[in-house]
Design a protein around this ligand. Structure first.
Ligand code: ATR
Length: 263
């Protein structure tokens, strides 16, 4: 039986095993997908296992999306452009790093029929998934992208990868059409961002990368204020589907059953 893994720290909240094991079964593939909490010092041993074919595929989440890069033989174009890897696969003896978050986000937004072209985007947070979101938004021709992060230097550092990026201090809310919560605030139900969106007017689009809980306080309040909202579930499913395709060369079906797995 082939082994697959998602690594991260923390990792408890990840629902990747539910999704991948469902698709493995559906497609009669003899494999099992687990989650594993790692420390940075464990990465070397992990890559030995990949090279020795003890592990057939790995998904990577916070805080390792960049840290795995030195261990890889090659990067896909999206991984190179974002310096961020979320899917690893051994191909012809080479360990390749892919980034399926970029396409995952893009497919999710397209599915919603939200047109990013010409829109002003505000991103809250500067963690592991943010380079992928920025890259994706640039591809979809957002007119400008501003990042606000509690620790401003992390937002500033993103400018090395994305020259057109703007940054503002945490707490400042510039004019925007779409705001994306890419912080971890809201993962625990009661968490709240201490930001005031009551003066931005209604009819904006509030997107939360978090999908569990389904409606964070960020989204709840936005809805009360008359804005459109969406959580990160579709993005999560699409990035997983792309990883599944890379490993198994099968497009997994995305349907209601899949969506209901993640509640
Ligand atoms: P990492 O920062 O290790 O990549 P992440 O989960 O991808 O981890 O990112 C967490 C994000 O949530 C960061 O942008 C973090 O801000 P800092 O860079 O200042 O740590 C943000 N975050 C976490 N808790 C927060 C809080 N209470 N208020 C505002 N932002 C918070």
């Amino acid at each position: 039986m082939k082994k697959y893994l998602v690594i991260g720290n923390p990792i408890d909240h990840s629902m990747s095993p539910e999704l991948h094991n469902f698709w493995l079964k559906k497609n009669n593939i003899d494999g099992y997908y687990n989650k594993e909490k790692l420390n940075e010092k464990d990465l070397k041993a992990l890559f030995l296992k990949i090279k020795n074919k003890e592990i057939s595929g790995v998904n990577v989440t916070v805080p390792f999306k960049k840290k795995v890069i030195p261990f890889l033989d090659e990067l896909s174009l999206d991984a190179k452009n974002t310096q961020s890897v979320n899917t690893i696969h051994l191909q012809s003896g080479k360990i390749i790093g892919y980034n399926t978050d970029v396409t995952g986000f893009e497919l999710a937004i397209k599915k919603l029929e939200y047109d990013v072209e010409g829109k002003k985007i505000l991103i809250l947070g500067a963690g592991g998934v943010v380079p992928s979101i920025i890259f994706s938004l640039n591809k979809m021709k957002a007119s400008n992208i501003t990042v606000s992060n509690r620790t401003k230097i992390k937002a500033e550092n993103l400018k090395k990868l994305f020259k057109n990026l703007k940054t503002v201090n945490w707490g400042e809310i510039p004019d925007f059409d779409m705001v994306i919560n890419a912080t971890s605030v809201g993962l625990r139900g009661q968490d709240e961002l201490n930001l005031d969106f009551s003066k931005v007017g209604e009819g904006k689009f509030f997107y939360d990368i978090i999908y569990n809980p389904q409606e964070t306080n960020f989204l709840k309040k936005a809805k009360e204020l008359g804005n459109g909202i969406e959580n990160g579930k579709k993005m999560f499913i699409y990035q997983a589907a792309q990883a599944f395709k890379i490993w198994h060369d099968v497009e997994p079906e995305i349907n209601k059953e899949v969506s209901e797995l993640l509640v």
